[in-house]
Design a protein. Structure first.
Length: 72
């Protein structure tokens, strides 16, 4: 699991391994405060697969950063 701040938003990225194929997929939760309220956006259900959990987390962190940059 990785926690990264980007433009005042927290990205919590995670990787999970498929037991049968031994490959990894990732997901992320993005959280921030807006007018005193907690907001969040989830990234999941990705079909991209990786050989390591670290590669999977790096991929989803980049996706989350792109989402943040396009949703100021």
């Amino acid at each position: 699991m990785a926690n990264v701040y980007h433009n005042d938003r927290l990205i919590i990225a995670y990787a999970s391994m498929n037991q049968s194929s031994k490959d990894w997929s990732g997901g992320a939760e993005i959280t921030w405060k807006d007018d005193g309220q907690r907001r969040s956006h989830s990234i999941g259900g990705l079909t991209d697969r990786f050989k390591s959990g670290e590669d999977s987390e790096k991929f989803v962190i980049n996706l989350a950063k792109a989402w943040i940059d396009s949703n100021p």
